[in-house]
Design a protein around this ligand. Structure first.
Ligand SMILES: Cc1cc2nc3c(=O)[nH]c(=O)nc-3n(C[C@H](O)[C@H](O)[C@H](O)COP(=O)(O)OP(=O)(O)OC[C@H]3O[C@@H](n4cnc5c(N)ncnc54)[C@H](O)[C@@H]3O)c2cc1C
Length: 345
C-alpha cells in the first residue's frame, strides 16, 4: 500500500473541484484498512474513507489528513434455496456492476438501483435509493471497522438507523465506521408491482407484461440515461438538493398563495415531499448557465448542478446560494444540500 503526499482531490469528486489531501492511499483488503488507520493514528491525522466521490464536494482548503479510497473487491453469491440468495460484496465494488451481475444471475431486489454511480460500500451511508427501492430493503449486514471497538464488526441492517436517504453512518455515528463489505438478500422471483410510475410507463410502452429484474433494469437505465448526466463525462454529483418535506397544511397554504398545484408525493405520516426540481425551475433556474460562477443546471434535470467551467468550490457554493435564495424568496422554503461538503467543520 502506497501513501501519497499532497494529492489534488479534484479527481476524487465527480464535481472535480476542491483542494488537496495531505495524504491519500487506496486499500484493497481489510488488512490494508488496518494498516492505513494505524499509520494515520501514529501521526494523529484525521481520516476520511471514500468510494468514487460521486456524493462529495471537497472544500477549496483541502484536507489535512489521510483520504482512504476503498477499492476492496468481492462478489460472492450463496444460494440458500430456489428462491433465496445471499450476496456478499466488497465495499469498493462499483455499485452498478453489482446490480448488473445480480440481474444477470436472474436475481431481483436491487434492479431499480441501476446506474447509481459510486461504490457498494457507500450505499448504506445515505441509504441509497431510486425508483421505489433503497438499499435498506435488501441489506442484511454491513461489515465495518468500528473505531470505538477497535476491530471489524458486523452490523445487522436493523442497527443501521436507516431512514429516507439517511443512516447512523451519516448522522449519530458519522466517521465511526469504515465499511469493508456488505451482504444482501436477493430473490430468484421476478419483481412484483406496483412499480414506480415512470418504470410502469416504460414497461407498458414496451409491451412488457411480465417484468423480470432484467427488464426493470433496462427501464431504469433508459429513464436515468435520458434525464441524468453521466458523471464520467459531465462534472456533477447528481441531485444537489434533497426534496423538502413539509406538512399537508403547509402545502395547502403554498398552493393557495401561488394559486397553483404543486407537484408532491404523500408520505405515510401525513407529511408531503415536494419536488425540489420543480421549485428550482419555478425560481428561474431551468437549463441555467451562470457565466459568473461557471456553474449551471442540467437541461433535463435542474436538480443536478453541473460544473461547466468553475474553478473553485467557492464558485459552486456561490451558485448554490443563488438558487437557495431564489427558492426561499419565492416559496419561503430552504433547500438542503445533498452531497457532503468535506471535510466537515
Ligand atoms: C449522476 C448521479 C446520480 C445519482 N443518483 C443517485 C440516486 O438515484 N440515488 C442516490 O441515493 N444517490 C444518487 N447519487 C449519489 C451517489 O451516487 C451515491 O451517494 C453513492 O452511493 C456514492 O458512492 P461513492 O462511492 O461515490 O461515495 P463517495 O461520494 O466517495 O462518498 C460518499 C460518502 O460516503 C462515505 N463513504 C464512502 N465509502 C465509504 C466506506 N467504504 N466506508 C465508510 N464511509 C464511506 C464518504 O466518506 C462520504 O461521506 C447520484 C450521483 C450522481 C453523480
Amino acid at each position: 500500500m502506497t501513501i501519497s503526499e499532497n494529492v489534488p482531490l479534484t479527481n476524487y469528486s465527480t464535481m472535480h473541484l476542491g483542494g488537496s489531501a495531505a495524504y491519500l492511499c487506496e486499500v484493497t483488503t481489510r488488512m490494508e484498512i488496518l494498516e492505513a488507520l494505524t499509520w494515520a493514528q501514529q501521526r494523529t491525522l484525521p481520516v476520511i474513507m471514500i468510494g468514487t466521490g460521486s456524493n462529495i464536494i471537497w472544500r477549496d482548503e483541502g484536507f489535512a489528513g489521510l483520504v482512504i479510497v476503498n477499492k476492496i473487491l468481492r462478489f460472492e453469491l450463496f444460494k440458500e434455496d430456489e428462491t433465496n440468495t445471499y450476496l456478499t460484496i466488497g465495499a469498493g465494488e462499483p455499485w452498478d456492476s453489482v446490480v448488473a451481475r445480480s440481474v444477470q444471475a436472474g436475481l431481483s431486489g436491487i434492479e431499480a438501483l441501476s446506474l447509481i454511480p459510486g461504490t457498494a460500500g457507500a450505499t448504506p451511508i445515505q441509504n441509497v435509493g431510486a425508483y421505489g427501492q433503497d438499499i435498506s430493503q435488501t441489506l442484511v449486514t454491513v461489515e465495518a471497522f468500528d473505531t470505538q471497538v477497535g476491530d471489524f464488526v458486523t452490523l445487522p441492517a436493523s442497527d443501521c438507523g436507516f431512514g429516507y436517504r439517511t443512516s447512523r453512518f451519516k448522522t449519530t455515528d458519522r466517521g465511526r465506521f469504515y465499511i469493508s463489505g456488505l451482504s444482501l438478500h436477493l430473490s430468484a422471483l421476478s419483481p412484483t408491482p406496483p412499480f414506480y410510475p415512470a418504470v410502469s410507463e416504460y414497461l407498458s410502452q414496451h409491451g412488457i407484461n411480465a417484468p423480470s429484474s432484467a427488464t426493470v433494469r433496462e427501464a431504469v437505465v433508459a429513464i436515468r440515461s435520458a434525464k441524468l448526466p453521466d458523471p464520467s463525462v459531465v462534472n456533477n454529483t447528481g441531485s444537489f438538493f434533497a426534496n423538502p418535506v413539509i406538512s399537508g397544511g403547509q402545502l395547502a397554504q403554498l398552493q393557495a398563495d401561488h394559486d397553483t398545484l404543486i407537484p408532491h408525493w404523500s408520505n405515510d405520516d401525513g407529511s408531503v415531499k415536494l419536488a425540489a426540481a420543480w421549485l428550482i425551475e419555478q425560481a428561474g433556474f431551468k437549463d441555467y448557465h451562470d457565466a459568473e460562477t461557471g456553474m449551471g443546471t442540467w437541461p433535463a434535470q435542474p436538480l443536478v448542478l453541473v460544473n461547466e467551467h468553475a474553478n473553485s468550490t467557492a464558485s459552486l457554493l456561490a451558485f448554490k446560494q443563488k438558487i437557495v435564495t431564489a427558492v426561499q424568496a419565492k416559496f419561503n422554503l430552504t433547500l438542503e444540500q445533498e452531497p457532503e461538503l468535506l471535510p466537515l467543520k
